[in-house]
Structures are given as structure tokens and as C-alpha cells.
Design a protein around this ligand. Structure first.
Ligand code: NAD
Length: 484
């Protein structure tokens, strides 16, 4: 059933703009999910003006308890429609129901976490000598644009929105057009709470894909919290440079999984297969390279191929599916073309052929692929693939494993698999990556910072440090004549 009329939220009112209409599709059967209507620039200007007005008023920026109450009420409102959100997320995004459930529950939990944290923002004081006092305050940085991708539209929205609101910013949300229906349902729920002052939070649809760049260039947007590809992140950083805007960039990844000689191979094969196929290989922290000690390579390869061969792609709502749909036909075609490229290369071999399983409904399904590689210079090893496909590479010793892991210019996530915790930590500490998991992969926590080294981004989200992406530090200095 098609859901009509998804508009933009501006100053407390859901408005229909005049610029374009995008029909979002269910990747599992191409059925329409909803119509996404976009704003024109006049409507987008109204959204920015409301956010600026509320920020300047100062009530929101200076009232941590109001912010905590609003964030808690938002969590309650989202929890009240959790099942609807899960169903819609499966339909609009194509992911498994278990993955959608995890996403919605984590989003609610994250709102509560930042509700608490908004009441725990303290500055510092310093006195260099009698009569001198420095107050070091944390202030909200201003009006913030939160720009999100399609692959985890709720988690990635709340991961920025939670700390932005907790810090005292006012916010304009800009979802990806392909997942705007679920984003809007969530936004309708969380902005209906009485504790949230009108105008603190807006949402602008983007059917024609111009609103993101427009916000980035807007003079009154001071913070850009962007999650998406490294290519778009680089454009944003370029545009934002002329006004020195504050950037929070969570970008692409190319996660390696390092399997040391002494790893529990069965456990590692299970974890790594899950890490390759989670969200159908369309998650920033998905495993894209498997690096294995040569002495256990053959045994491990057989186990990993066994695990990957057992994956059953299918619609996310069916309990029999163990991997959901791909984003679109383009993703399926990329999956197949990348395998042809590997097949044609003298230093590569396809170890497990991924199939194109598009069905008569047009549902975008594939099976996972694995290829061996003896070269590191190739784009298949250097670039994000974003399908369930990984390279299989061998090393002679942990030093070489580290050197291989650090080859791409990404540094978002990695894992090390070993029964020797000291060796695993030695390797973990030498990989250039914002996160390294040991004997598992893809464990993310609301309370713990995540973010990238190198081309994977700037700043950290989740945890206490996420607040820093949305704050300025101010020094207020007092001098008095009397001795204490
Ligand atoms: P994308 O970069 O194509 O789009 C992301 C968002 O940016 C969309 O809302 C889009 O409309 C908007 N946008 C496009 N051009 C823009 C511009 N010039 N200025 C401002 N906004 C613009 O990314 P995607 O395909 O939606 O998402 C997949 C990518 O996101 C992958 O590279 C993945 O690794 C990355 N990602 C990273 C993380 C992380 O935590 N590091 C998490 C999820 C996804």
C-alpha cells in the first residue's frame, strides 16, 4: 500500500513544497512505498529562519532540563510506534526484520542516552593566580544540518540528532530521498511532543537532491553533521571551508578482518560471514577484506565459503531470509561487474561466485561473493564496494597483516581474530581505524564513540565525545582586586 503525502516539517507545520516528487520503492519487490514531496527554496528558507530564531532566543540553548525532557518524550513517542517504524523500515529499506528491529530499538535508546547527557554538560574553571578566574564554558555551536544516507536512516539520524539537541543546537534534518517515508514517520512522532519548542527541529525532504548542498552553503548553518559517502563528504568539506563551518563527517569504510594463525577458525568464519553480509554488505563497517595467516588460509577459506554459501537472500519480512535486499539495480549490477573484474585479473580469483538473484517482481537480491587477491594496488582492494563481497588475502606474520590492513585510505573499522589477546591487541593498536573489534565484528554501542581515521571522516558520534561535534568552547575571564 502506497503512503501519500510526505512533506517537509517547517516551524511546527508539515508543508507541501512545490519542487518535485520522488516515489520511494521497496527494494524487495519494487512496490511503491510513498511519495516524497520536496520544498522550494522559499520553504527551505523558512526552515532555516525558524531554526535561527529559536537558537537566538536562547531558551532551548540555555535549558538543559528542557532539552532532557524533550529528548525523553521523543524516545517515548518513538517507542509508541516502534512496530510501525520497524515494518516501514523493512519495506522502504529492504533490510531484515531483525536488523530493522535493532535499528529502531537502538534509536530509542540513543534518545534516552542523550536526554541524560544533556544534564551532564559542565565547563571548567582555572585560576592562574589570586584575583584571576577563567571560566571555560561549553556552548551549543548554532544551527545544525543533519544529512543522512539511506542504509540506516533512523540510527544514523538519531546518532547526530541526539547529541546536537542535547548540546543545545537547533536542527534541520535532511534525509536521503529513498528513505524519507520512514524518516518522516519518525520525525512526525518525535516532534509531536509538548516539551519541544516549535522551530527547534525541522525536516526538509529532498526528492531532487539539491537541499543537502543548499544547506551546506547556507550562511546561517554553522554545523554540518553528515553521514554518507567519502565523495560527498569531500564536496561538503570543500563547500564548508569558505565559512569555516564545523564539520562532523561520518564517511565510507573498507573494513579488514585479520585472522591470526591461532584464531578460533569456526568462530571467526561465523563472525566474518556476518560482517560481510550485514545489511546485504551495505553498511559502512561491513568487512570488505579478509586477511588470513597463510598457514591457516586454506582451512579458513573453506569454512568461510561454507558460511557464505549458507546465506539465504530474501525479503526482509520473511523469517527464512538471512540477508535482505540490495538498494537498487545499480548495486546488483556493481556486485556482478566487480566479480567480472576480479575474474579477468591475473592476480585475482573468484573463490565464491555471487549470483544475481533478481526475481520476477524486480526484487534486488544477490548472494555473497569472495575473491582472492595477491595485489593491493587495485581499486577492488582500495575502494569501498558496498555489496556483500570481500577479498581474501594472506600474510606471513602480524607485521605484514598490519601493513596490508592499512593499505586503503579508509580507517573506519576493523577486526582481529586470535585466541592470544596480547597478539590481538598488538595488531589492533597498529591498525589505523576508529574502531577495532577483537574476536567479533560490528558491535556498536550508543555509549561508545565511533568515527573514522583518514578518509573515513572527521569527529566522533555516539558517546560523550559526540557532544564536541556540536559545541564551541568559550573562555570567560574575570579579574578582581581583592584577595580570597
Ligand atoms: P551519499 O553520499 O550519496 O548521500 C548521503 C546524503 O548526502 C543524502 O542525503 C544525499 O542526498 C546527500 N547529498 C548528496 N550530495 C550532497 C551534497 N553535495 N551536499 C550535501 N548533501 C549531499 O551516500 P549514500 O549512498 O546515501 O550512503 C552510503 C555511503 O554512506 C557509503 O559510503 C557508506 O559507507 C556511508 N556511510 C557511512 C557511515 C559511517 O558511520 N561512517 C554510516 C552509514 C553510511
Amino acid at each position: 500500500m502506497m503512503d501519500h503525502g510526505h512533506f517537509s516539517l517547517v516551524d511546527g507545520v508539515w508543508l507541501q513544497g512545490t519542487n518535485g516528487c520522488y516515489v520511494s520503492l521497496n527494494p524487495a519487490d519494487r512496490s511503491p512505498v510513498g511519495e516524497v514531496h520536496g520544498p522550494d527554496t522559499a520553504v527551505a528558507e523558512q526552515a532555516v529562519a525558524a531554526a535561527v530564531r529559536e537558537f537566538r532566543k536562547g531558551q532551548w540553548a540555555r535549558s538543559p532540563r528542557t532539552r532532557a525532557a524533550a529528548l525523553n518524550a521523543m524516545a517515548d513517542a518513538a517507542a509508541a510506534i516502534a512496530n510501525d517504524l520497524i515494518d516501514l523500515l523493512v519495506r522502504e529499506n529492504g533490510k531484515l526484520r531483525a536488523e530493522a528491529t535493532g535499528e529502531v530499538m537502538a534509536s530509542i535508546s540513543e534518545l534516552r542516552y542523550y536526554a541524560g547527557l544533556s544534564r551532564d554538560i559542565f565547563g571548567r574553571t582555572f585560576s592562574g593566580q589570586a584575583g584571576q578566574l577563567s571560566l571555560i564554558d561549553k556552548e551549543p555551536a548554532g544551527v545544525c544540518a543533519v544529512i543522512t544516507p539511506w542504509n540506516a536512516p533512523l540510527t544514523l539520524l538519531v546518532r547526530s540528532l541526539g547529541p546536537a539537541l542535547a548540546a543545545g543546537c537547533t536542527v534541520i534534518v535532511k534525509p536521503h530521498r529513498a528513505t524519507s517515508v520512514v524518516s518522516n514517520l519518525f520525525m512526525r512522532a518525535i516532534t509531536s511532543v509538548p516539551n519541544l519548542p516549535t522551530g527547534v527541529l525541522q525536516s526538509l525532504n529532498d526528492p531532487e537532491d539539491w537541499v543537502g548542498a543548499w544547506l551546506v552553503n547556507h550562511e546561517h548553518i554553522r554545523v554540518i553533521s553528515f553521514t554518507g559517502s567519502t565523495a560527498t563528504g569531500a564536496k561538503i568539506a570543500g563547500s564548508a571551508a569558505s565559512r569555516f563551518k564545523k564539520l562532523s563527517l561520518e564517511l565510507g569504510g573498507k573494513a579488514p578482518a585479520v585472522v591470526l594463525e591461532d584464531a578460533d577458525l569456526d568462530r571467526a568464519a561465523r563472525e566474518i560471514a556476518k560482517g560481510i553480509t550485514v545489511l546485504s554488505g551495505q553498511m559502512c563497517v561491513c568487512i570488505s577484506r579478509v586477511l588470513v595467516d597463510r598457514r591457516v588460509a586454506e582451512a579458513f577459506r573453506d569454512k568461510l565459503v561454507g558460511e557464505l554459501s549458507a546465506v539465504r537472500p530474501g525479503p526482509g519480512h520473511l523469517p527464512s531470509s538471512t540477508m535482505g535486499a540490495m538498494f537498487d539495480d545499480g548495486a546488483v549490477e556493481r556486485h556482478m561487474t566487480n566479480q567480472q573484474t576480479a575474474r579477468a585479473h591475473p592476480d585475482m580469483e573468484v573463490l565464491l561466485a555471487g549470483e544475481d538473484r533478481r526475481d520476477e517482481t524486480g526484487g534486488c537480491f544477490v548472494t555473497p561473493a569472495l575473491f582472492s587477491s595477491r595485489t593491493t594496488g587495485h581499486p577492488l582492494i582500495q575502494n569501498e564496494l558496498f555489496t556483500p563481497m570481500a577479498s581474501f588475502e594472506t600474510f606471513e606474520n602480524p607485521e605484514e597483516a598490519v601493513a596490508l590492513a592499512n593499505v586503503p585510505d579508509f580507517g573506519l573499522a576493523a577486526s582481529v581474530h586470535s585466541t592470544d589477546i596480547n597478539r590481538a591487541r598488538w595488531v589492533a593498536s597498529r591498525i589505523d581505524s576508529g574502531t577495532v573489534w577483537i574476536n567479533c565484528h560490528n558491535r556498536l554501542f550508543v555509549e561508545v564513540e565511533t568515527g573514522g581515521y583518514k578518509s573515513s571522516g572527521i569527529g566522533r558520534l555516539h558517546g560523550v565525545e559526540a557532544l564536541l561535534d556540536f559545541q564551541e568552547t568559550k573562555h570567560v575571564y574575570l579579574e578582581n582586586d581583592y584577595e580570597l
